[in-house]
Design a protein around this ligand. Structure first.
Ligand SMILES: [Zn+2]
Length: 99
């Protein structure tokens, strides 16, 4: 996947951030990525292998979609649901698959 600069989630355009400062901060916090709904941004460590970066983007898009849709107030186990489903979506989108 080509790294996007922005992703549209519902009516909002989220910036996808991955500067060295962002990467250092996420490393310190023990995170691969994070979503900030208030600033409409998704931050992802820039040192991740491509497949892990892709999966992390999908993971964070799922968090953003859940928040934008308002489902987050109804989900008790959002992190487990997102962490379980994101790898399947990442694999489905991982490239052309011949019939
Ligand atoms: Zn998460």
């Amino acid at each position: 996947m080509t790294k996007p600069y922005t992703v549209c989630i519902g009516p909002h355009r989220f910036a996808v951030l991955g500067s060295m400062d962002v990467t250092r901060r996420l490393l310190r916090e023990g995170k691969y990525g994070e979503t900030d709904i208030d600033s409409l941004s998704i931050s992802i460590r820039d040192d991740l292998p491509p497949s892990l970066w892709d999966e992390t983007l999908i993971h964070e898009i799922m968090h953003a979609a859940i928040a934008v849709s308002g489902l987050n107030s109804h989900l008790e186990d959002e992190e487990r649901i997102v962490a379980t489903i994101a790898p399947y979506i990442s694999q489905a989108l991982s490239g052309p698959h011949k019939p």
